[in-house]
Design a binder for this molecule. Structure first.
Ligand SMILES: *[C@@H]1O[C@H](CO)[C@@H](O)[C@H](O)[C@H]1NC(C)=O
Ligand SMILES: *[C@@H]1O[C@H](CO)[C@@H](O)[C@H](O)[C@H]1NC(C)=O
Ligand SMILES: *[C@@H]1O[C@H](CO)[C@@H](O)[C@H](O)[C@H]1NC(C)=O
Ligand SMILES: *[C@@H]1O[C@H](CO)[C@@H](O)[C@H](O)[C@H]1NC(C)=O
Length: 188
């Protein structure tokens, strides 16, 4: 191989590598900040469904974005109550109402909630070879937490589908495994 040919192919290789780096770097969701945990005041932070409470002094990463959405987006399914007095805090952000936990409803991490663009739209959640259609009614806030508005719970991770028990039931997950499950979801 002539020297000029190998230099040309080296340059081509460099261009390909840097184009690839630029492409995927741009798609990556990076943290937007951190907050310091505050200990919940007495009686705050409802733990009846294994919700996590903020720990004094612990640092929590925040995100304004979520991983890119596809027809098969990987996520972590968590359990939430959307009823009054449940661990979901106030009424749902999309309609300012509470929802029965016997209806399939979910909250999405901030990036996927996408400024309410998915509000009252349905998503299909798949796991265990089963799938269920659920309505997006709330945001799982990845940008804030550890305050009264968030029931002294930490900010959400950026890849959360936080679901009512109807969703867990429909996916046929045994009760003793409720709480954290890898799933995929898509806009319905
Ligand atoms: C939360 O826990 C309470 C009491 O154990 C239970 O009645 C309720 O159904 C649970 N909520 C969810 C969403 O699992
Ligand atoms: C957010 O919503 C906009 C406008 O509806 C849409 O173009 C964009 O793809 C959405 N982004 C995500 C991450 O869902
Ligand atoms: C939501 O809107 C704000 C302000 O218009 C914008 O800065 C932000 O990027 C948007 N978020 C998403 C996930 O599209
Ligand atoms: C979402 O699904 C529910 C129940 O299947 C249905 O009643 C509702 O019309 C759907 N909403 C949208 C926006 O498609």
């Amino acid at each position: 191989m002539k020297a000029s040919t190998s230099i040309a192919s080296l340059i081509l290789l460099l261009i390909l590598v840097s184009a690839n780096w630029l492409c995927c770097e741009a798609q990556q969701c990076r943290p937007s900040g951190r907050i310091t945990g505050k200990k919940p005041p007495p009686g705050e932070c409802n733990q009846e469904n294994d919700s996590e409470c903020c720990v004094q002094g612990k640092m929590y990463t925040t995100y304004k974005c979520s991983p890119a959405v596809s027809s098969n987006t990987e996520a972590q399914l968590t359990l939430n109550s959307f009823e009054k007095g449940g661990d979901g805090g106030g009424p749902s952000a999309c309609d300012n109402q509470y929802h029965s936990d016997d209806t399939p409803v979910v909250a999405l991490s901030t990036g996927w909630f996408n400024n309410s663009s998915r509000c009252l739209h349905n998503v299909t959640i798949s796991a265990n070879g089963k799938s269920v259609v659920a309505m997006v009614v709330d945001e799982c806030d990845s940008t804030m937490g550890c305050d009264e508005d968030h029931d002294y719970q930490p900010p959400c991770s950026n890849n959360i589908v936080d679901a009512s028990k109807a969703v867990w039931n429909a996916l046929g997950v045994p009760h003793n495994q409720w709480g954290g499950l890898k799933i995929t979801w898509a806009d319905a």
